[in-house]
Design a protein around this ligand. Structure first.
Ligand SMILES: [Fe+2]
Length: 231
């Protein structure tokens, strides 16, 4: 669930693979899924093809096809937060590949999408199983021979987290290109969101690439200088 978005096209996000820091050992593929155009990212170790599936929100067939195309081996499903458009295909991916689910404890109460029946029908979302692993700030998630570091960035939801590797941040619905996550849904907090963005995201190096949960990529420097919600 996102704010209005503007700016660069999804093609830019694809081209971004070329800008992944050399020697990082990790790459990603973007799969846009569902009626709310959620960015599902396949983040993978180049050497082993081990892959994390971040936010399989819907359209599990598209995600499975991309995994097959790239000859990836899923090892974990990660949720940046518990909203239905980010978790709606958790169960399909988990069952297909027999992988664990990892997310922050504070959002585990959102996994029964039958609680939001109209939206879940629209999105074709299914109830998610509970997480196998609870993630907290500073945790590392291994993906083959590389890993993602967890940052806890509450505000959009209490359990919102980001994943950092090298010069890349997967920001979920906390920060978008020219926008920020909405805070009017249950558990949302503008105060927390602003603190998370200012203290945990804008303090990253300005060239850090931000890959959000919806819409085009951006950078920490671009959002610090020009995001209308932060200036
Ligand atoms: Fe959301």
């Amino acid at each position: 669930m996102s704010m209005g978005l503007s700016g660069r096209s999804f093609d830019s996000a694809r081209a971004l693979a070329l800008r992944w820091p050399r020697g990082a050992g990790m790459k990603y593929e973007l799969v846009v899924v569902g009626a709310l155009e959620t960015n599902c990212y396949l983040v993978y170790c180049e050497e082993t093809r081990a892959c994390a599936v971040i936010d399989p929100g819907a359209d599990h067939e598209k995600i499975v096809a991309a995994i097959a195309d790239l000859e990836l081996k899923p090892v974990v499903v990660l949720n940046t937060h518990g909203h239905v458009d980010h978790i709606g295909a958790n169960s399909d991916i988990i069952q297909k590949y027999g992988v664990p689910l990892a997310m922050h404890a504070a959002d585990t109460g959102m996994l029964q999408v039958s609680d939001y029946i109209e939206l879940s029908l629209l999105l074709g979302a299914r109830n998610s199983p509970p997480p196998d692993r609870l993630l907290a700030d500073g945790d590392e998630v291994a993906i083959g021979r590389t890993s993602l570091r967890v940052i806890h960035i509450p505000g959009h939801t209490p359990g919102s987290i980001g994943f950092v590797h090298g010069g890349i941040l997967f920001s979920g619905d906390t920060l978008f290109s020219g926008g920020v996550g909405r805070t009017d849904l249950p558990g949302g907090s503008w105060k927390d969101l602003e603190r998370s963005i200012r203290e945990r995201i804008l303090t990253l190096p300005e060239e850090t690439l931000v890959l959000p949960g919806h819409g085009p990529w951006t950078t920490v420097g671009q959002e610090r200088d020009a995001n209308p919600f932060l200036t």
